[in-house]
Each structure stands twice: as structure tokens, then as C-alpha cells.
Design a protein around this ligand. Structure first.
Ligand code: NAP
Length: 205
């Protein structure tokens, strides 16, 4: 019998703002891992960040929706915005598991910097038991990822994967700095996101 498990990518992030690097990464993972869809989930209250320094979740959600709408495989979920308190990934994965068939495989996609910190995350071993982690890395990051995998033993080998993504040196921090300093962000974010940032006067302070 041919197995027909659904494979879903979860693109978790603060997305403050979402940029071309996130989109290129999500599409590369979708193709490489043969995913049926990728769900972008803006973190409402990122557990490791001071809330005061993060743009309102509603703005980040709207920008994420605008950036992803033209890709039929991309969707956006407000699941973390609908839940009060810190946006722990384990709670999100449990909530998603309830929505899908038990055979569905989940792939949490994140950046190389984030993966280095996962040993500090809430109930991380339990989380690794529930979903795969795809670390989008550049060539140079191999050693650190191997250390993280080793740290988790067999679970790490089975559940943490790397994918080299194109060398896009774009970061949300850099985009916020550029806006603040009146430097162009054209082509670093989709045009709709660029217009939204200026219309809502985000990142000026
Ligand atoms: P972050 O600290 O803002 O980002 C760390 C680095 O990873 C940055 O360079 C960031 O680039 C990059 N990055 C973040 N998400 C990415 C993605 N999906 N694909 C590619 N690169 C990405 O991390 P964050 O965005 O707040 O958190 C990432 C995810 O981890 C979120 O879903 C968050 O809720 C989750 N998380 C969970 C826990 C927990 O459960 N305890 C703790 C920490 C984080 P940009 O700045 O350009 O995005």
C-alpha cells in the first residue's frame, strides 16, 4: 500500500517584518521536503523577547498575509495571536496536531540562529518527539548544527535536519534599521509589505 501522509511545514517567526529571505527559505524547504503546504505563524508574544520591543501582532500578521497570498502552498495562521501568554512552540504544535490526521507529519522551519538556542526551549525533547526541525543554514554553520544534533542523541539525528538556502543576507533587524534611517528597503520585502510599513509608519522610532 502506498503511504499518503500529509506533510506540513510550520514557518514560525516574529516576522517583524516578514522579508524575501523568509519567503525564499519557506519555498526551498517546501520543494526539498515535498511539503503539501507551509503555514506561517507569527509569534504573538515571542517567549524570548521583550514585548515592548516587538511591533503589534496585528501588523505583523497583516504583513505576513500580504507577503504570502500569491503562493497557493502558503497559508497564515493566527493561532498564536488567539492564545494569551508567551507563544510557546510546544503549545502551537499540540494545537495543530489536533487539527490534522494523526499520520500528518509536521516540519518546524526556522533559522540557524534559532536552532542554536533550542536546548533552552520549553519541553524541547517532547517537542522533538512531535515534529521535525528544519534549520535553514548557510554553508558555514555546519559544525554548530552537528553539535546541537549530538546534544539530543538519536532524537536529534532523526528529527533535526539542515537545508542550505541561498545566501540571502536579509534580516528583519536590518530592514527596521533601514526604515528608521530612511534607507530604501525596495526588493528586500514584497512591495505590498513595503507600502504597508510606510502607510502605518512602522519602524520610525
Ligand atoms: P528570532 O530570535 O527573531 O530570530 C533568530 C534568527 O532566526 C534571526 O536571524 C531571524 O531572522 C531568523 N529566523 C527566525 N525565524 C525564521 C524562519 N522561520 N526562517 C528563517 N529564519 C528565521 O526568532 P523568532 O523569529 O522570534 O523565533 C523563531 C520561532 O521560534 C518562533 O516561532 C518562536 O515562537 C519560536 N521560539 C519558541 C521558543 C519556545 O517555545 N520556548 C523560544 C524561542 C523561539 P529575521 O530576524 O530576519 O527573521
Amino acid at each position: 500500500m502506498v503511504e499518503n501522509k500529509r506533510r506540513i511545514g510550520i514557518m514560525g517567526g516574529t516576522f517583524d517584518p516578514i522579508h524575501i529571505g523568509h519567503l525564499v527559505t519557506a519555498e526551498a524547504v517546501r520543494v526539498e521536503y515535498n511539503l503539501d503546504e507551509v503555514i506561517f505563524i507569527p509569534a504573538a508574544n515571542p517567549p524570548h523577547k521583550n514585548e515592548a520591543n516587538v511591533t503589534k501582532a496585528m501588523h505583523r500578521y497583516i504583513m505576513t498575509a500580504m507577503a504570502t497570498y500569491s503562493n497557493p502552498f502558503f497559508h497564515v495562521s493566527a493561532i498564536e495571536m488567539e492564545r494569551p501568554g508567551p507563544s510557546y512552540t510546544i503549545d502551537t504544535i499540540y494545537a495543530l496536531k489536533k487539527q490534522y490526521d494523526s499520520s500528518t507529519e509536521l516540519f518546524f522551519i526556522t533559522g540557524a540562529d534559532t536552532i542554536q538556542e533550542i536546548s533552552t526551549w520549553d519541553r524541547i525533547e517532547e517537542l522533538l518527539g512531535l515534529c521535525h526541525f528544519i534549520a535553514a543554514t548557510r554553508q558555514g554553520c555546519k559544525t554548530t548544527l552537528e553539535q546541537i544534533k549530538q546534544h539530543f542523541g538519536d532524537l536529534g539525528k532523526k528529527k533535526i535536519h539542515r537545508l542550505n538556502t541561498p545566501e540571502l543576507e536579509i534580516s528583519s533587524t536590518d530592514i527596521r534599521d533601514k526604515v528608521k534611517n530612511n534607507i530604501s528597503i525596495k526588493y528586500l520585502v514584497p512591495e505590498s509589505v513595503e507600502k504597508y510599513i510606510y502607510k502605518e509608519r512602522l519602524y520610525l522610532e
